[in-house]
Ligand binder design. Structure first.
Ligand code: SAH
Length: 361
């Protein structure tokens, strides 16, 4: 059997130096290769023109340069948001989104193919987890998008398909790669990691020394409602999750974002808003309200704009910082993971069975 080639795009500069010096090459070669991969974002070893032909050939024999293929791009006529469907080496597909803001360009990256967290309203989790993405596959979402748009990406949100803290080591490697000064040099402060609330993962990230913004998918002001929407709440209760969040803030000084998707008749009335205000009064952070994006597999309905405004107003009255998230690319997006699902359904023309989530009790 042929030995699998090492994924060179996932290696840190230190690892690459070790690899190449181990083969008798000079350390500066590793820096050159790293810059070709992460700064100039070369798609092939052939493009690395300041390396000798022999070296380029040796590299392509021994290493795999992971490059995503663009299967589909949809561009919003309303705000220019672009939604990408990328193909991976093994035939799976993932989604990424590019959004243009006044403060810069932001990419929403996927961290896994599918997801095993089982949140009821989310399309990404309906078929369970296929596999986690490698650092190279996360980084290349950004690199390919930058090439397609011709514009620099300054902000990254790990809010696409998957649970980033369920792919912890690869997530941290990915963040270090895209923030490396010899790579894209994206500011760590401009990275947001969104989690459904895996407490050991939050605690580990607290000690990681990365000043990234942590976003917690809260979606409910108490454990009972939260368990209805998010199976992970069966494993980690709110008091434990919020304690970990508080610890994150105290250690990193980074204010948190609390995401709250409003679902009509489930978590959107004023008693919920009041309970939420009470729950968050000691937290440093702000609340992002997102009217839930309905998916056809579930019958959750979006809260009306009046309910959203009242909810927001109630939080504001209690001194909570709150924004209603602007819906970007409304004409192209649908909910997270839906583009991929539509693509797969068309490809398989079959029914997709629903897997159980990891946390169902
Ligand atoms: N697993 C991570 C990140 C991925 S989802 C997490 O749970 O945070 C990014 C955000 O979108 C999460 O807050 C998630 O709960 C929310 N989300 C997923 N599907 C949604 C939908 N249909 N409508 C509104 N928000 C949704």
């Amino acid at each position: 059997m042929m030995e699998e080639k090492r994924d060179i795009k996932s290696l840190s500069l230190e690892e690459l130096e070790e690899e190449l010096t181990g083969k008798g090459l000079k350390a500066f070669r590793a820096r050159q290769v790293f810059q070709w991969i992460h700064e100039k974002t070369a798609d092939s070893f052939e493009d690395m023109t300041n390396l000798s032909r022999d070296l380029r050939q040796q590299l392509s024999k021994e290493y795999d340069l992971v490059t995503l293929t663009t299967e589909d791009v949809r561009i919003s006529k309303i705000d220019g948001t672009r939604k990408y469907l990328f193909g991976l080496d093994d035939g799976h597909v993932i989604e990424s989104v590019w959004m243009k803001y006044k403060h810069g360009n932001s990419v929403c990256v996927s961290s896994q193919v599918g997801c095993r967290m089982g949140c009821r309203f989310c399309a990404s989790t309906l078929d369970g987890l296929v596999r986690s993405l490698r650092p190279s596959e996360m980084a290349d979402q950004i690199y390919q998008i930058q090439k397609d748009t011709g514009e620099r990406v300054s902000h990254v949100v790990v809010m696409g398909s998957g649970e980033p803290l369920d792919n912890y080591d690869n997530l941290v490697k990915f963040i270090r790669l895209i923030c490396h000064e010899k790579g894209q040099n994206i500011s760590q402060r401009n990275i947001t990691v969104s989690t459904c609330g895996i407490v050991p993962g939050i605690e580990r990230l607290t000690g990681e020394g990365l000043p990234v913004t942590l976003a917690l998918s809260l979606h409910a002001p108490n454990d009972q409602v939260r368990r209805e929407l998010m199976p992970v709440a069966n494993r980690y209760g709110l008091s434990e999750v919020l304690l970990a969040c508080r610890g994150y803030f105290l250690k990193t000084g980074r204010r948190l974002t609390f995401e709250y998707s409003l679902v009509k008749g489930v978590n959107d009335d004023l008693s919920h808003a009041r309970a939420l205000a009470k729950l968050l009064k000691d937290q440093q952070g702000h609340v992002n309200l997102i009217p839930v994006n309905p998916i056809k597999e579930r019958d959750y309905v979006q809260s009306g704009s009046k309910a959203v405004e009242e909810f927001k107003h109630c939080l504001e009255k209690s001194g909570i910082n709150v924004t209603v998230r602007r819906e970007m690319g409304r004409d192209i997006s649908g909910a997270c993971g839906q583009l991929r699902r539509r693509f797969m359904e068309a490809a398989t023309k079959g029914r997709i069975d629903e897997n159980e989530s990891l946390w169902d009790d």
